[in-house]
Design a protein around this ligand. Structure first.
Ligand code: ADP
Ligand code: ADP
Length: 225
């Protein structure tokens, strides 16, 4: 019986994975790794990874598995992940999921649950078109659903808010296609393993959060019986 929480957040772009991750890491006190944030940092720093990844990200394609798998394997092996972790934006393909399972197996661990936040394509487009992020640390806002107190300024750190280049209409369309073709098969993958938990991402942020917390509480109860 394990009390570790090795969690994965799945769902289309804009479903609210980052928004929920920020809340869940506080609830459970586990580290959070967002491959999107890691890649954007690499691009901003102009590192070798960033230089290789940029073109894929700009067009809405996935970065090749071989560029991303080692980052995550290293992350879950890190000492601060010993009691669990929350992965946001990884895995995005079946080979990435296999690589994670293998790395965890090497540590005699497994994924505890894959939390799927569901949202239909039309709503994804509204979410991504209105998303704004802060330039200092990527805090997220939405022009209609979660506006900042002062227009264009982050409530948390006062930095400027911008629209991500890949949140512009032509790239959004590609990202949705990529999600359906390459990432959605993971829903069945985790369902077959009995690890999938589904959440209705069209609900408000607090409601989605409450639903996830309730599901996690049930999961922990099941583990202890
Ligand atoms: P993801 O990490 O899945 O791409 P985000 O967490 O960045 O998604 O959310 C996408 C956009 O939708 C952001 O602008 C965010 O403020 C907004 N958002 C997140 N969750 C909700 C929700 N439940 N209802 C309305 N808007 C939301
Ligand atoms: P969102 O959740 O809004 O789709 P992310 O911030 O997770 O966006 O990802 C932005 C981009 O970074 C993706 O479109 C893709 O190019 C790249 N990316 C992020 N995570 C991965 C991953 N696990 N595998 C491949 N590419 C990734």
């Amino acid at each position: 019986m394990s009390q570790e929480l090795n969690l994965i957040l799945l769902g289309p772009p804009g479903a609210g994975k980052g928004t929920q991750a920020a809340r869940l890491v506080q609830d459970f006190n586990i580290p959070w790794a967002s491959t999107g944030d890691m890649l954007r940092t690499a691009v901003a720093e102009g590192s070798e990874l960033g230089i290789k990844a940029k073109g894929f990200m700009d067009s809405g394609a996935l970065v090749p598995d071989e560029l991303i798998v080692d980052l995550i394997v290293e992350r879950v092996r890190n000492a601060d992940s010993a009691d669990g972790f929350l992965l946001d934006g990884y895995p995005r393909t079946i080979p990435q999921a296999d690589a994670l399972a293998e790395a965890l197996q090497g540590l005699s661990r497994t994924v505890t649950a894959a939390l799927l936040i569901e949202l239909d394509d039309e709503e994804v487009i509204r979410r991504l078109s209105g998303r704004r992020v802060c330039t200092a640390s990527g805090h997220g806002y939405h022009l209609d659903f979660d506006p900042p107190k002062h227009e264009g300024i982050c409530d948390q750190d006062g930095s400027r808010l911008i629209q991500r280049d890949d949140d512009k209409p032509d790239v959004i369309k590609n990202r949705l296609e990529v999600y359906h073709a390459q990432t959605k098969p993971l829903v069945e993958y985790y369902e077959n393993l009995g690890l999938l938990r589904r959440f209705d991402g069209s609900r408000g942020q607090t409601e989605v959060h409450d639903h996830i917390r309730a599901a996690m509480a049930t999961l922990r109860l099941e583990e202890t019986v």
